[in-house]
Each structure stands twice: as C-alpha cells, then as structure tokens.
Ligand binder design. Sequence first.
Ligand SMILES: NC(=O)c1ccc[n+]([C@@H]2O[C@H](COP(=O)([O-])OP(=O)(O)OC[C@H]3O[C@@H](n4cnc5c(N)ncnc54)[C@H](OP(=O)(O)O)[C@@H]3O)[C@@H](O)[C@H]2O)c1
Length: 248
Amino acid sequence: MRILILGGTTQASELARALAGRPDVAPLLSLAGRTQNPAPAPIPCRIGGFGGAEGLATFLRDEKFDVLIDATHPFAAQISANARVASAISGVPLLVFSRPAWAPGAGDQWREVATMAEAVAALGEAPRRVFLTQGRLQLAAFAAAPQHFYLVRAIDEPDELRLLPHHKFISARGPFTLEGERELMRGEGIEILVSKNSGGEATAAKLAAARALNIPVILVARPQAEGAAEVVRLEEALAWIEAHRPNP
Ligand SMILES: NC(=O)c1ccc[n+]([C@@H]2O[C@H](COP(=O)([O-])OP(=O)(O)OC[C@H]3O[C@@H](n4cnc5c(N)ncnc54)[C@H](OP(=O)(O)O)[C@@H]3O)[C@@H](O)[C@H]2O)c1
C-alpha cells in the first residue's frame, strides 16, 4: 500500500515511525525543505514542493499512491488546501492527521487573536520582554513594534531577525520540557509569550511555564480547514489507513 505523508511535524514523524519496517506498506514522507537539517526520517523521504495542487495530483497519480495523509502543521494552510484539491483531482483518498487546539485552563492568562499583526498590536506601546516561538515564519510582523525585546526561538536562524533592533536568538528543536521552559523564561526575564495555537504536546510546555510564572500569553488562532476526514490520534490514523487498503 503506497502512502504519501505530507509532514514537517512531530505527528508526521510519529506516523512515519509507526509505519517504518512494515512489509505491507510503502510510505513516503514529504518535507517542504524549510529546515536545513531535518530530523532523520525512519522511512523514505523526499524534499521540496510539488508545484501546487496540480503538481501534487500528478505526483499522486504517477507514483500510484493509494492514500494521502496531510500531517502538516495546522498553520501550513497552503499545502493543506493543495492536498484537498489534489485529492479531488486524483481520486486518492485524503486524511488530515491533526491535533486539537490548546484550550486555556485555571490560572492561564490567554488572549486569543486572529492574526500575527493583531498579536503585535496586543503587545502594547510600553517596551516589554517578549518570547516568540513561532519560528522564522511571520517574524517580520514584529518589526512594527521595535520598542520590545524579542527572545526568538527557531530551528534555523531567520533572516528577518535583522528587522528587530532588540533581540536574542536561540536555535532549538522541540520537544521542550516544563522545567527547561520555566528556566529559560525566568532567566531571560520574559514578560509575555506570543505563540500560534498549534496544539500538540511537543511544544505545550511553554504554556504551562507561563502559567507557573504568571506570564500572559497571546495566542494566534489557527486557520480553519474543512472538507476532509480528520483524526487527532495515531491509532485513528492507522485504522483509517487500514480501512483504505486497496483490494488485492
Ligand atoms: N506554518 C507553520 O507554523 C509550521 C510550523 C512547523 C512546521 N511547519 C512545516 O513546515 C512546512 C512548510 O510550512 P508552510 O507554512 O511554509 O507551508 P504552506 O505555506 O502551507 O506551503 C507553501 C508551499 O510549500 C510547499 N510545501 C509545504 N509543505 C510541504 C510538504 N510537507 N511537502 C512538500 N511541499 C510542501 C508547497 O509547495 P508546492 O505548492 O510547490 O507544492 C506549498 O504550496 C510544512 O510541511 C509544515 O508542516 C510549518
């Protein structure tokens, strides 16, 4: 059974590990090529765009894939839209393997905004020490508020850093621990955290650390995706794959 996994997330890696070494499946992991040294994949991997939805549909057909799994990040809206169109064009069934959005609990001081530009505005006028964890994407939005100090964490150093007069860069790849996040935020005197509402466990520790340190959080809401089967647990993804095994 030929399975194309659109990845770049902890969840895609989890699915790849679950399928690795099985004689009855032939999975291929696809990465956009955004990070210079992606984590090693336990299954065959290809890197780079397909050339839009049409390109992806052609790839699915030419390579005779049986199913397409969209396990990309909830904020990677373009590739997910392409996956829906490519599935419709090619007739290859699509599953979105996602994760629930984070929800606030007791003690959380969260403010949800719709866009990164709103997050910038929500920081206010007075200079603050801000922790940014959205990686290199959309960093340029913070150039509109140069009075703040930004602690920026990403895997690779973003070019957009030069747009922020006061910043410190940390290169790191999740998962992160509560203890580590607390130490980092306390050590850097962080006063506010900005994050996408990505969901998932690998990067949730920063929210627990913010709660423990009484630090407010600005969360950017995720874009809405509709029209495809969606699961959030690995066992559900594996069951869906099994249910879509082609007849011999
Ligand atoms: N956005 C985030 O916050 C975020 C966070 C963590 C990880 N990621 C991962 O980073 C990658 C890029 O994210 P993005 O927000 O830049 O994506 P995007 O804006 O949705 O996609 C832009 C283009 O990148 C190519 N692409 C994206 N994901 C791909 C994949 N898995 N395999 C092959 N091509 C892919 C596609 O090019 P073509 O049209 O040429 O096919 C797509 O049209 C995704 O794989 C995502 O899972 C994103």
